[in-house]
Design a protein around this ligand. Structure first.
Ligand code: F6P
Length: 278
């Protein structure tokens, strides 16, 4: 496991450099979700694949940027699902983006997730590793990730990050979001899943939601690369993650790119979601 985490750290340092200095333009490729890939999406994906190829305990990888799984080492035991550069369309306006990794053993069901890791490329580069607890590290001048603190969510937070667009929300979802704002919660939504969820974690709590909407009835965010890893992080930090009804980590995708509605937060906010969706 440690070798996988070391490979993620090497990838993060290389991706950070690419974000800082490479061309931020689009390529001519379209990925399996139908998004036109940025040159940086492709490069980040290649960097991670290169680093993971050096790690013999990885059996296969499945990337948000590829349609199918890529076998790596026959004798390996782990499958790694990853989104190499989530929120990459925010790079041209110089907002924060991230990489997300889920390390699975025995298939890509939420219950098979062993470790979740994400990297935030912001004014500083931060790495969060969720195992038994959730630990925050920050990149220093010597390209080392230095431990900063454990991340623990409070019982109730103050931030609200509502995904998608209001015209596509169900009326009950809109009523819930309005009620949360009416209770004094602050809007914090950049459109990048990694920095938005990171902010809620570090500021003690709140709600991030990406519901079922009229344009994407099964939600937008992908289980294996985005939703399961963050569900794992939130639970290990003392919060919760549900799809409106079920615990996210009890879900089992039938295709690598399957999506789900998702709600991440501290206990008080997730309880509100349960009441709204029950
Ligand atoms: O996965 C893509 C992504 O950019 C996430 O990082 C982000 O949370 C979401 O899409 C934003 O979607 P929307 O603009 O529909 O709220």
């Amino acid at each position: 496991m440690n070798e996988i985490i070391e490979a993620i750290k090497r990838s993060a340092i290389r991706i950070k450099e690419a974000i800082e200095f490479d061309d931020t333009g689009y390529s001519e490729n379209i990925n399996s979700t139908g998004d036109t890939q940025l040159k940086l999406d492709i490069k980040s994906d290649l960097i991670i694949e290169e680093e993971f190829k050096k790690v013999v305990c990885i059996k296969e990888i499945v990337s948000e940027e590829k349609e199918t799984k890529t076998p790596l080492h026959a004798e390996g035991i782990y499958g790694v699902g990853y989104d190499p550069l989530d929120g990459s369309s925010l790079i041209d306006v110089n907002l924060s983006v991230g990489s997300i990794f889920g390390i699975y053993e025995g298939g890509y069901a939420g219950s098979n997730l062993k470790v979740a890791v994400y990297v935030v490329y912001g004014p500083r580069v931060e790495l969060v590793i969720a195992q038994d607890s959730v630990k925050l590290y920050r990149l220093n001048k010597k390209d080392e990730f230095v431990y900063i603190q454990d991340i623990v969510l409070k019982e109730k937070g103050k931030l609200n990050a509502p995904g998608s667009t209001q015209m596509c929300w169900e009326p009950k979802h809109k009523a819930m979001i309005d009620a949360i704002f009416a209770d004094g919660y602050r809007l914090r939504y950049s459109g990048g899943m990694v920095p938005d969820l990171h902010q809620i974690l570090l500021k003690g709590g709140g709600l991030f939601s990406y519901p079922a909407t009229s344009d994407v009835p099964k939600g937008k965010l992908r289980m294996i690369f985005e939703v399961f890893p963050f569900a794992f992080v939130y639970e290990k930090a003392g919060g919760e993650a549900i799809d409106g009804h079920n615990r996210i980590l009890n879900l089992n995708p039938s295709h690598p790119h399957d999506t789900t509605p998702c709600f991440f937060g501290s206990h008080a906010e997730i309880e509100r979601v349960r009441k709204c969706y029950e």
